[in-house]
Write a protein that binds this ligand. Structure first.
Ligand code: ZN
Ligand code: ZN
Length: 746
């Protein structure tokens, strides 16, 4: 921050420029109040760079104003820079909020959806307040934003609140700079705003108070579909095994854990062990689902998260949740309302149609959701799904940013896209697996929506090299743009470096399930040397057959066959035909996938032969690890480029299985072997390439046991370790990496 001029006596005037997320977050009324408090004249306005202020008064008051500006900013503001310069006083004695200066679109016109603030919660439960128990209470510091925006400027007519005309009282709040609801676009009350309705499973209105009836039904064991901020949830009592098992059966979601919503932090504490970081995440404004170790005596049904050592817990984030959780008084399952792999429902008619076989009741309301936005999922310092509460906050691009506006299309699974202009990148909400018409449509609609919101008309489009990804096909069909193909694992490396503002070059250990390589093989256990511009593949896991290609992903026992054959062992009789297939190479592309090696060991150890969702075998292998086990398995590093050769490891696993050792011991020894090989490989490569930075990314590094041991091992040798923090290590971070690569190569 620049100091304001030299010490001066008497009257002074300063022009103050504030950049960052400072629009639509109550910044102007805050400035208005601060100026009033300090007896300053002048004005404040929004323009295309952020907020512009001129203040005039006593020299001392001007200095205090500038000093307090940053540290007392409203809760949703993210102040990046405050620059002040001296002006000539003109005798302005009063302070005003001036109209915005139009023209260019600001960098942060729309902020993420934010959990109900404490002031609003207090009013919600205050019988004397005019919004007592009103499920849509909000203010400048909280409420829906991204999910209700239809266009820019972010103003009521361009939100899904457009059809609700404010009553006189709401309008007065909205127009009063001293009010907490000044320009709060979703401002509403029971007189003029949205309202709830309860519908039967057949879509017919249910008489009576919707909230009271919903709470009573939930307590009696019903499954209720509830319209939330970014989509519909399915809710039921978390402690009732019969109810949760019923939900699981109706949802056809065999094993995937259900998220929980606890009524309070105290109750959340009884479900999972929370460290201070997780506690902060649970109660912070984005309100994600927080994964944390499950307490052995957690009062939840077994069916909530079968076999999982962690539970996903969140706290109420909308007024409706606060009311419901208070009325029910117990933890609820609160899972995305969808059937199996379909995207979360968010359009009313569609929800009723798709969910009628699942939900007994529908608690709906008449405020439309513009953009489907799933709950975000975090675990301590890492983010697993970045969506509601985080999107559409911008990330920086490294260096000079991108010289031309660009779009990065992301990967195939867990897709996000990313738009970038100048030094900023906007990564989309979680789109999901681009495998069907529904998700493809939310991908294309999302790109148009973001393009309009952030004024990005892409001239350059970055895409994965996989020709079969729908995101790649989308890019290739566009006309009049320049294409940049980005290798999958390079995108992972670049995303990690760019997020940390690290220029590189660095060594990257990029481990995931599947990514398209340069040589027609399926990559996924890659050791790279490079920066955001380019890379070299300096090592990998040994390549083996992927018997039956895509089928091997669903059936880890096929990978067990491939690794047994590669290690000179004979698969058990029942697996022999697939062993033959792997040996023949028919329908068996070669893969260096680390994810598939974890699958193979999970199958060998008897933990899981077939999966019901992506990554399940590896997740259960990690969960099985016996923490008291100190042994490891032999593993070889050979050749140049380096090859991590786990054939001895596989032979040792097989011997332990024959000897009847527990799966916990086998799992732990295997993790230790992979971690030590990874550390040794990275240390050697960092030394050979004279770098001190190692980036760890790819979905396999969502495995905490592996990540911690590799990271600790590398740090102990003096290397600097970077891991993704603001974006997922999995494919949700790919689009940002593609954008960083494209920006650097243009
Ligand atoms: Zn509020
Ligand atoms: Zn009103």
């Amino acid at each position: 921050m620049n100091a304001v001029g030299a010490p001066a006596r008497g009257r002074r005037r300063a022009r103050v420029r504030v950049t960052g997320t400072v629009q639509g977050v109550g910044f102007r009324p805050y400035v208005y109040r601060l100026a009033g408090e300090l007896g300053l004249g002048g004005y404040v306005l929004n323009d295309s760079h952020g907020v512009l202020i001129e203040i005039e008064g006593s020299a001392d008051a001007v200095d205090r104003f500038v000093a307090r500006l940053r540290c007392e900013a409203p809760p949703l503001a993210v102040v990046e820079q405050v620059l002040a310069e001296e002006r000539v006083p003109c005798g302005e004695g009063s302070f005003a909020i001036r109209d915005s200066v139009g023209g260019q679109v600001p960098d942060a016109p729309v902020t993420p959806d934010t959990a109900t603030c404490e002031d609003c919660v207090r009013e919600l439960f205050d019988p004397a307040d005019r919004r007592f128990r009103y499920p849509f209470i909000n203010c400048t510091n909280c409420g829906p934003r991204f999910t209700i925006v239809r266009g820019v400027p972010y103003d009521r007519p361009l939100t899904t609140m457009a059809s609700f005309a404010m009553c006189a009282e709401c309008r007065a709040e909205y127009d009063d700079p001293a009010d907490r609801r000044f320009h709060a676009q979703p401002n509403a009350c029971p007189e003029c705003g949205p309202s709830l309705r309860l519908l039967s499973g057949r879509g017919e209105p249910v008489a009576g108070d919707p909230l009271a009836a919903t709470a009573a039904a939930l307590r009696a064991g019903a499954i209720v579909s509830i319209k939330g901020i970014g989509g519909y949830h399915l809710a039921c009592l978390a402690a009732s095994e019969r109810t949760v098992a019923g939900l699981r059966a109706r949802k056809h979601r065999e094993d995937k854990p259900f998220a929980l919503m606890a009524p309070s932090l105290t109750v959340a504490d009884s479900l999972v062990s929370l460290d201070p970081v997780s506690r902060g995440l649970l109660t912070g404004p984005p309100r994600p689902i927080v994964l944390a170790p499950r307490r052995p005596d957690a009062p939840v049904a077994d069916s909530v998260a079968p076999g999982a050592p962690e539970l996903g817990v969140m706290l109420p984030y909308s007024p409706l949740h606060h009311l419901l959780l208070t009325d029910v008084g117990e933890t609820l399952v609160m899972t995305s309302a969808n059937v199996s792999d379909e995207p979360i429902a968010f359009v009313d008619d569609d929800a009723l149609e798709r969910l009628r076989e699942i939900a007994d009741l529908f608690l709906v309301h008449d405020r439309p959701i513009q953009t489907r936005t799933d709950d975000s999922v975090v675990r301590a310092h890492t983010i697993l799904r970045r969506s509601r509460g985080y999107v559409p906050a911008a990330l920086s691009l490294p260096g000079a940013g991108t010289p031309r506006p660009l779009l990065a299309c992301g990967a195939g699974l867990k897709n996000t896209f990313c738009l970038a202009r100048g030094g900023r990148a906007w990564v989309s909400h979680h789109i999901g697996d681009l495998e069907n018409y529904e998700t493809l449509r939310s991908f294309t609609d999302g790109i148009s929506h973001f393009g309009a919101l952030f004024a990005v008309e892409p001239e350059v489009v970055a895409h994965d090299l996989h020709p079969e990804y729908l995101s790649t096909k989308y890019a290739l069909e566009l006309d009049g743009i320049e294409l940049v193909g980005v290798q999958h694992h390079h995108a992972h490396l670049a995303a990690c470096l760019a997020e940390h503002g690290e220029p590189g070059p660095a060594i990257g250990a990029i481990f995931d399930g599947t990514g398209y390589g340069f040589d027609g093989t399926v990559w996924g256990g890659e050791l790279l040397y490079g920066d955001v511009r380019s890379f070299e593949r300096v090592g990998s896991l040994m390549a083996v057959a992927l018997p039956g290609a895509a089928r091997a992903i669903k059936q880890p026992w096929r990978m067990a066959c491939a690794w047994l054959v590669a290690s000179g062992l004979e698969p058990p009789a029942a697996w022999r035909p697939i062993g033959e297939l792997a040996r023949s190479g028919l329908a068996s592309p070669l893969t260096t996938s680390m994810g598939r090696l974890f699958d193979a060991v999970a199958a060998l150890a008897g933990i899981r032969a077939e999966v019901n969702y992506e990554g399940q075998a590896a997740i259960e292998l990690e969960a099985a690890c016996d923490p008291s086990e100190r042994g490891s398995y032999p593993i070889a590093l050979t050749g140049e480029p380096l090859v991590i050769d786990p054939r001895e490891t596989i032979r040792a696993v097989a011997a332990d299985v024959r000897a009847g050792r527990s799966s916990g011991v086998i799992a732990r020894r295997f993790h230790r072997a992979i971690a030590s090989a990874t550390v040794e490989a990275c240390v050697g490569l960092a030394d050979a390439h004279a770098t001190e930075v190692v980036a760890l990314s790819g979905g396999v590094f969502q495995n905490r046991v592996l990540l911690e041991s590799v990271s600790d091992g590398l740090t102990a040798t003096g290397l600097r370790v970077l891991v993704p923090e603001r974006l997922p290590a999995g494919d949700g971070g790919i689009s940002y990496g593609q954008a960083a690569v494209a920006a650097a190569t243009l």
